[in-house]
Structures are given as structure tokens and as C-alpha cells.
Design a protein around this ligand. Structure first.
Ligand code: 9G3
Length: 579
């Protein structure tokens, strides 16, 4: 392609609405343009990256026995009513009516559609296992779409669904997808961790998330350097930390005027926040519960919601709290409280703790759980922090932010039961199909790759997903000899099968160099005076900045070799299980 004919428009400045670097660079490099909030256009260069990632995903899905199909975006409400999910998802679901006033939604995911297909098409164990997938737009009406492709309302997802005869079969399919995903993200040049995750509304047991490590990641993960333990903090198990034991002293009311927050009370009473009991109030569906944590800990609302098994979970508002505790919020505590009390595992280990006295301006000292108040339920309710012991090997955990680019779930019979999707086994017995579902955010992977591969000049594409491999820049379009040499090299590269772009615009060389770095082509070839006088071109690698003069006569084979070498570092290993 020649730049003078392409729809590419680069921007000098960061658009105001772009807060994170991948969103800024996607817009500035001319890869996407916004159509509406959370809805994007992929310009030609952006489309090339999307296609590259999709091609890698397809290869790995097919390698492990995946069969590609294309499912409808417009989905009939009836299927979602059969699985009882039509009313579970509120405003996040794009809903519409057809001309006959029938209800539909724009597909946020495809469990209903694919299970309905399979219940009609599959009836014998001989047809199993099936790994069916698509690469398709998904629609989720996010409340606050932001960060460009990272959290859009329309996005490209690969979703694969596995159908097996039993749990053992599902576990084999799951292992294959685990390996396939590992290959995909290695080949896309991403630094990622596979973390144990919370299965949330999906229910069921096992699920893993593929997290690209990046400061702007919305997910918080913990991982161990000594063993392979890694988990989303939503799921990570917290080990209760013992505090020093001492004989239980007499509970004592103390005045703590104007000391409301953990820090203020700890400072006023000169005790460590570890010795305080933090009392939070939540509304779980329509019940108010008190949740107790050590003063220096944070509540993990996913663990709390899973423990309470409730649909809605919200912090109670201050008015409700003051009604229940008959005290201003800053002085509430568990002693004498008449609501259900949940406590994190560390609370029963406390002796002589400090807690609100449910009386304005007062706290209690020497509060002892079990003696001074009853705990209704003890559970792991807190957020794990860096430095804590790894639940698997005891080494210190590290924390990081992650961008979730993939998630794999063992669904079991959740959907096959709801939709009565069965097969007949060898003995003519009808059995429920056992399912798994596996998603990769294709457009989100594109953004995550930029988050991990950029510098102050722009994007640094891994060769495997770059919009083109080589850009040829003639320094002056006035000098006929330079233009000709550039054209000739461009054609030779095309014939050698290289993905090459010729920047033939009538622009100053500096502008072309800046654009080449901003867009992030892996290799830049400059054709200038030296080419005409000495017969050499300058070859520069975007990743390392390394520059080298190469004889024009050897340039094409040199570039071919360079590209092949760059690909080598992204080859995934295929040992272990295959289809
Ligand atoms: C909805 C809406 C949003 C949703 C869902 C349903 C997330 C929903 C979970 C999944 C699970 C897996 C297959 C690919 C990988 C993820 N957000 N989920 O079911 F109606 Cl509005 O999508 N599905």
C-alpha cells in the first residue's frame, strides 16, 4: 500500500477524551475513530491489526479441534426467558423490538444461541466432543464506557463453546483451551498471567482469566514468584494473620471525641489499626448485615456476595446505619448490635480490640469477640494484599494490575439443563451435555498490546500483529532518483511476500519518520542521498532503535531475514496436548 492513497490520519496531540495511553495512541496513530460513546470504527490500519489477532486466534482454536461458525447478533428473547436470564441482566442488555413487536436483544454473549443450536443438531454421543466458536461483535450497554477499546459497548470477541459427554470430557476440552489461549497470547507478544478467577453469576466451579499485566488494568491480581499460584483478588484466598495473644481484659468505655475514622481512633488511642474492628453495613437483597474486618483490611465484595449468595449487594447508606446502630456512623461497632453479624476470619483471633460503642463520641477498649458480642458467620471476606503468604507455598505474594483479555469457564450442565440439551449414550440413555465456554476479547487484546508495547514516540508493534512489517520512507519526493529507488525496493519487497507500506506522501522526511514511529511499524527503511550516492539504505528497528546501512542490492533478502527472525521469538510451543 502507498500512504498517499490510504485513509490514514495521524494526530499530533492526545485527544482530550483519551485517558490511557492505548486509547490515545489508537486515535493518534489513525487506527480507530469514535462513532458514539463506546462504539468505534476500525480504520484500515486498525483493521489489519484486528485481522492479525483474529488469524492467530483462529489458528489456535482450529489446532485444538475448534470449528468456526457465525451466530446471530440479534437474539430472540424466548431463549433468554427459557434460561431465566432475560430478567437477570438489566440495562446492560441492548434490547429491541421487531416490526411485529417481538422482543430481541443484541447478543452480549451466546450461551443460549449455541445451546439451542446443539440441542437441535446433536443427539448421539458419537457426535461429541464439539468445540464450536465464532469471532463476532458483542453488545453490552456499559454504564461508563471508557478507555477506548478497553471497555466498549460494542466489541469483538472470540467465543468458543465446548460440548462433552461428561465432566472428564469437559476437563480435557478445558485443558486444550488453556493451552490454546497460552499460545495465542504468547504469539501476540503479550506478558500475561493465568489467574484463578471467581465464577460469579455463571456459577459452576472452575474458571481462569488471562491477564495482561499493565498499570492501567482494571483487575487486581496477586501472584507468587516461587510457585505458579496466581489469582484475581476477587478470588484470592486470604490467610488469617494471628495477632499477639494477651489475657482478655475488662471491656471499658472510652471517650473518643471527634475520632471517627480508623486512623483517627487508632491515633487518638495510640493503638495499631490492626487492633481495631472496622464495622461495615451492607444491604444484601433486602437484608441489612454487619460485616466486621480488622481495621487495616479492606472488604472483598465479590467474596461477600458469594458468601451471602445474594443478587444485589450494596453498602447501606449512612441514614440506615444510624437508625440500626442508634449512633453516628463514626462510632458504630458490633457490641449490642441487633443485625446479622458476619466477620472475616481474622476477627475471632483478636483479643482486647477497639470498636465503636454505638454511642456518639465513644469507643470500647478490650472488646473480645465471643465474650462481648456474638458472630453469626465467619468467612474469608477480605482483600488479599501484596506481601501476604502465598496460600500454596507460603512465599510472599506480589500484586499487579491486569487487563483481562481472556476467560475460560467450566459451565457443567447450567445451560444444557435449562434448555434440555441432551445426547443419547451407548446404552441408549439420555444424558445432559456438559459444557464449557471460552472468551477472548479480540479488540481488547489490540488495546492491551499497545499498553504493553509503546514509548514516548508511539506504538511498538510486535511483528506478529503489526499493521505492516516494513515501511519505506523516501527522504525527498523531489529527487527523482530517490523516488525511483524507493518504488523499486517497495515492489521487490511486495514480490518477496513482505507486508510493506511506501510512504510516498509529498511531506518533509521528519513528518514521515514521526508517523512511522507513532504508528509503530517494526522496521523502517530510509531511501535518501546515500542510496543514490553509495547504493545503501538505512534499516531501523522500531523495538531496539538499532540502525544499519544495507546494500540496496541485498536489502530485500536482508529485510526478509529480519522479519523471519523477529517472528521466531513469538513461536508458541505445541508440546503437550493437541486436538
Ligand atoms: C448479559 C449481559 C452481560 C454479560 C452476560 C450476559 C458477561 C454474561 C458472562 C459471559 C460468560 C462467557 C462466553 C464467552 C466468555 C464469557 N456479561 N456474561 O453472560 F446478558 Cl448484558 O459472557 N460467555
Amino acid at each position: 500500500m502507498k500512504v498517499s492513497q490510504m485513509l490514514i490520519s495521524t494526530l499530533r496531540e492526545n485527544p482530550a477524551e483519551a485517558e490511557i495511553v492505548s486509547h490515545q495512541l489508537l486515535l493518534r496513530a489513525g487506527l480507530i475513530r469514535k462513532s458514539a460513546s463506546g462504539i468505534y470504527i476500525y480504520l484500515p490500519l486498525g483493521m489489519r491489526v484486528l485481522e492479525k489477532i483474529s488469524a492467530i486466534v483462529r489458528e489456535e482454536m482450529n489446532r485444538f479441534g475448534g470449528q468456526e461458525l457465525l451466530l446471530p447478533i440479534v437474539q430472540p428473547a424466548e431463549l433468554w426467558q427459557e434460561t431465566k436470564r432475560w430478567d437477570v441482566y438489566g440495562e446492560e442488555m441492548f434490547r429491541l423490538k421487531d416490526r411485529h413487536n417481538r422482543d430481541f436483544c443484541l447478543g452480549p454473549t451466546h450461551e443460549e444461541i449455541i445451546t439451542d443450536l446443539v440441542r437441535r443438531e446433536v443427539n448421539s454421543y458419537k457426535q461429541l466432543p464439539l468445540l464450536l466458536y465464532q469471532i463476532q461483535n458483542k453488545y453490552r450497554d456499559e454504564k461508563r464506557p471508557r478507555f477506548g477499546l478497553m471497555r466498549g459497548r460494542e466489541f469483538v470477541m472470540k467465543d468458543l463453546y465446548s460440548f462433552d459427554r461428561d465432566q472428564e470430557g469437559l476437563e480435557h476440552s478445558y485443558k486444550k483451551m488453556y493451552q490454546a489461549y497460552t499460545n495465542v497470547f504468547k504469539r501476540c507478544g503479550l506478558d500475561f498471567r493465568v489467574v484463578e478467577a471467581d465464577s460469579g453469576a455463571i456459577g459452576g466451579s472452575t474458571t481462569h482469566e488471562f491477564m495482561v499485566l499493565a498499570e492501567t488494568g482494571e483487575a487486581a491480581i496477586v501472584y507468587c514468584d516461587e510457585c505458579d499460584y496466581a489469582a484475581n483478588v476477587e478470588k484470592a484466598e486470604a490467610i488469617p494473620m494471628e495477632t499477639e495473644k494477651e489475657p482478655a481484659a475488662e471491656m471499658e468505655l472510652v471517650a473518643t471525641p471527634d475520632a471517627r475514622t480508623i486512623e483517627e481512633v487508632a491515633g487518638y488511642l495510640k493503638v495499631s489499626p490492626k487492633r481495631l474492628i472496622k464495622t461495615l453495613f451492607y444491604r444484601a437483597d433486602d437484608e441489612i448485615v454487619a460485616v466486621l474486618l480488622r481495621g487495616d483490611r479492606e472488604v472483598n465484595e465479590v467474596k461477600l456476595q458469594n458468601h451471602l449468595d445474594c443478587l444485589q449487594l450494596e453498602l447501606a447508606d449512612p441514614k440506615q446505619i444510624e437508625e440500626i446502630a442508634e449512633s453516628p456512623v463514626g462510632f458504630v461497632g458490633p457490641v449490642g448490635l441487633n443485625v446479622k453479624i458476619l466477620a472475616d476470619k481474622e476477627i475471632p483471633l483478636l483479643t482486647n480490640a477497639v470498636a465503636g460503642a454505638n454511642r456518639e463520641g465513644y469507643h470500647y477498649k478490650n472488646v473480645n469477640p465471643g465474650r462481648d458480642f456474638e458472630i453469626d458467620e465467619v468467612a474469608d471476606l477480605r482483600q488479599v494484599e501484596a506481601g501476604e503468604p502465598c496460600p500454596k507455598c507460603g512465599a510472599k505474594l506480589n500484586s499487579a494490575r491486569g487487563i483481562e483479555v481472556g476467560q475460560i469457564f467450566q459451565l457443567g450442565t447450567k445451560y444444557s439443563e435449562a434448555l434440555n440439551a441432551k445426547y443419547t449414550d451407548e446404552n441408549g440413555q439420555e444424558q445432559l451435555l456438559v459444557m464449557g465456554c471460552y472468551g477472548i476479547g479480540i479488540s481488547r487484546t489490540m488495546a492491551a498490546a499497545i499498553e504493553q508495547n509503546h514509548d514516548e514516540n508511539g506504538i511498538i508493534w510486535p511483528i506478529t500483529i503489526a499493521p505492516a512489517q516494513v515501511v519505506i520512507v523516501p527522504v525527498s519526493t523531489k529527487e527523482e532518483a530517490q523516488v525511483e529507488a524507493a518504488e523499486k525496493l517497495y515492489r521487490a519487497c511486495l514480490n518477496a511476500g513482505l507486508e510493506v507500506i511506501l510512504d510516498d506522501r509529498d511531506e518533509r522526511a521528519g513528518v514521515k519518520f514521526k508517523d512511522a514511529d507513532l504508528i509503530g511499524y517494526p522496521i523502517r527503511v530510509t531511501v535518501g542521498k546515500r542510496t543514490v550516492n553509495e547504493g545503501t539504505v538505512d534499516v531501523k528497528l522500531r523495538h531496539s532503535g538499532e540502525e544499519q546501512a544495507v546494500q540496496l542490492t541485498e536489502a530485500t533478502s536482508h529485510l526478509k531475514e529480519l522479519v523471519d527472525n523477529l517472528f521466531k521469538q513469538y513461536q508458541a510451543q505445541y508440546e503437550g496436548i493437541t486436538a
